[in-house]
Each structure stands twice: as C-alpha cells, then as structure tokens.
Design a protein around this ligand. Structure first.
Ligand SMILES: [Zn+2]
Ligand SMILES: [Zn+2]
Length: 259
C-alpha cells in the first residue's frame, strides 16, 4: 500500500485510539451490549451461543481476542467477517458523536491500522519481519468508508400524521423537493433541514431524469394542487410504477435506492 506522508498510521494508542477496536465505548450490536468493537467482533466468530456470551463478557478486549481464537468458527466467517466488522465499527460511531467527530477530523487523510503483531489483514504490521509485506489494511479501509458515509448529506422527511421518517440522499441541494408521500399512512411528509454527519442509511434518492419530454403529475398539499412538468423516459415510468414515485417541483424523482 502506498502511503501519503500525512497518513494516520497508528490507532492502538495516542490521539486516534478512540477509533481503535480496543477502545472502551459500550454499544449495542444485535441486541447485546459490548464493551468494545473487539468484544463484538470476536463474539460473532462463532455460532456457539454459550461461547459467544463468554467472549462478550470478557474483562478486556485482549481477553476477548484470545478467546475468539479458541472457539469453533462459523463456516462462512471468512466471507462475512469484513461486513461484520463494518457493521460493528459503524454501531460505535452512531452512538458516540465525539468519536464520529474525531473520525471526520481526519479529513481525507489515509487511515492505516499500523501494528507490530503481524496483522497484515486488518492493518499493516511494521515489524522487521513484515516490513516488506504490504498490509491489506481492511480496518483502515472500513474506517475511511464510514468517514465518507458520515460526511454525506441526507434529508429527513417527517410525517406529521404518523411520525414516520423517510430518509433520502440529495443529488442537488438547490432544488430539494419539500414534500413526499409517507410510505406508512399516505400523508404528506415535510422536509426537514439537510443534515450532515449522520449515519442514517438513506433508503431513497432523488434522481434527475435526462429526458425533457413533459408530463404532468398532480400533487395535493394542504388542499392545493401543484403541477410539475418534467421528463418522461422508460426509467422514469419504471420508477413511477415500482415506487409510486412522485415528480414534484424541481423535476426530481424519488426512487428506491435498492433499485
Ligand atoms: Zn510483523
Ligand atoms: Zn405517515
């Protein structure tokens, strides 16, 4: 791995220790409280629930790591472990705003989980034996992925009727639609302000169609009717059918992100 001069290369102590998996910051994962990310990660290695609980209740992250190496490992662990690590680290960031702020304060610097215990999967070992082996730095990459997600702008629409929240990602701040139809009750949910530094997962995104063919869609809002004149193309028609999307002021289409 090529490192920039200003890369952060050590998490196990010092200023960036809160980003480390050994940092004590209790949080909930899959309905249980874990003292550190290490406890949670090691617990997930096994399907044996008794062993899992033993790891969870270890006094220190070091003990949890040690015990995690002795338990019968779930068969798909090598496949799922990266996503499990991402989910766990993310949970910590969601709960602790100060740690999320610390992560954001690293800007676009490379984050490397430097170590001297030969871990070239999650980090990059700097010992004499490993110094020519490039570490894959999977934990550093996960931290950088979460950093991008923290920085993303989203918009939250709240339904006045049932309180349901619809979270969208915006493509263009200047033309944000201000109402959407509530998925739960059909009422009109109102746009709140843009928010940054949130780890909400946006389920919908606003999409600007390319085609200029005009269509009219009616939208009721406080007993008034709004009209929109914007694009019709195959994708748009599809989007309308699949998600009951509305084209509203500004000519944007709300569509399900999973599509
Ligand atoms: Zn080493
Ligand atoms: Zn509602």
């Amino acid at each position: 791995m090529v490192k920039c001069n200003d890369a952060i290369t050590w998490l196990a102590s010092g200023k960036y220790f809160p980003l480390d998996n050994f940092y004590i910051a209790p949080f909930e994962y899959q309905g249980k409280e874990y003292q550190t990310c290490e406890h949670a990660f090691q617990s997930m290695k096994t399907m044996d629930l008794v062993q899992r609980e033993k790891i969870r209740l270890c006094q220190t992250p070091g003990e949890a790591k040690g015990l995690g190496q002795l338990v019968p490992m779930r068969l798909d662990w090598e496949i799922i472990k990266y996503e499990v690590m991402y989910e766990i680290v993310r949970e910590k960031m969601v709960k602790y705003k100060a740690i999320a702020e610390l992560l954001l304060s690293t800007g676009n610097r490379e984050i490397v989980e430097g170590n001297n215990w030969d871990d070239n999967c999650w980090g990059n070992c700097i010992c004499a034996k490993c110094k020519d082996i490039p570490g894959r730095n999977c934990l550093g990459i996960i931290l950088m992925r979460i950093r991008i997600e923290l920085d993303r702008k989203i918009n939250i629409y709240r339904c006045p009727e049932c309180g349901h929240e619809i979270i969208t990602e915006q493509i263009d701040e200047g033309v944000t639609p201000f109402i959407v139809t509530c998925e739960k009750c059909g009422e009109q949910a109102i746009s709140a302000m843009y928010q940054c530094n949130q780890l909400h997962i946006a389920k919908f995104e606003w999409f600007k169609p390319k085609n200029d063919e005009e269509i009219m869609i009616e939208l009721r809002w406080q007993n008034k009717t709004f009209h929109s004149n914007r694009a019709s193309e195959e994708e748009l028609q599809h989007s309308l059918k699949e998600t009951r999307a509305l084209v509203i002021k500004g000519g944007l289409i709300l569509r399900n992100k999973q599509k």
